[in-house]
Design a protein around this ligand. Structure first.
Ligand SMILES: *[C@@H]1O[C@H](CO)[C@@H](O)[C@H](O)[C@H]1NC(C)=O
Length: 187
């Protein structure tokens, strides 16, 4: 008797814990897709000074140019290819258009704003980010929006330096993209 009562209570608790979940999904007929759609991949930004990235405004004296630093205030404007690997001969699948301004006195940080155009197999469009790069560390930058197949996209990119010679500056870019539920309602 006691055993079956326990079973009954357990079954009742189980039902109670399921009902609110069912009720909330049934009461939102316009939001059928509760799972967040996401996409994760890695690309490599290949920049070559005086070919894809240029100094437009010189910075002030202080930290000079080295493999990891540039003078405070240096304004770079870039239009770099995005490739599938760190190998310079690998396939180009996008581009990074933007600017960066050296923003720490030690010359290691740069405030960057860019549009990353992506021409992937299933997704074509662009994502936009703003952030501060560090020339020797991995840093995360919020994605502030997107266009094309990336309309309304949210998430972040994580950038890490791979090679920092003047002729071949390579950054790894990890993309972590998330579409909010309302993105799918736009036709
Ligand atoms: C890039 O061009 C500028 C101006 O001509 C020059 O001073 C600089 O040394 C060049 N940098 C590299 C890495 O070639």
């Amino acid at each position: 008797m006691e055993f079956s009562l326990h079973n009954y209570v357990f079954a009742a608790m189980l039902v109670l814990s399921i009902i609110p979940f069912k009720a909330s999904s049934n009461s939102l007929p316009d939001h059928k897709h509760h799972e967040v759609k996401s996409l994760h991949f890695t690309l490599f930004d290949h920049e070559i000074i005086n070919k894809t990235t240029f100094v437009i405004v010189n910075g002030v004296a202080g930290a000079g140019f080295s493999t990891t630093t540039a003078p405070f205030g240096t304004l770079f404007v870039l239009n770099d290819p995005l490739k599938v690997t760190a190998d310079p001969s690998s396939t180009v699948v996008g581009s990074a258009e933007g600017f960066s301004i050296v923003s720490s006195f030690d010359g290691l940080d740069s405030l960057s704003v860019a549009k990353l155009t992506l021409n992937l197999k299933k997704y074509k469009g662009a994502v936009y980010f703003i952030g501060v790069f560090h020339n020797t560390k991995t840093t995360e930058h919020p994605i502030v929006g997107g266009s094309g197949d990336f309309l309304f996209v949210q998430g972040y990119i994580a950038t890490s330096p791979v090679s920092l010679t003047a002729l071949n500056i390579i950054y790894k870019i990890e993309f972590h993209l998330y579409w909010p539920s309302y993105a799918g309602q736009i036709s």
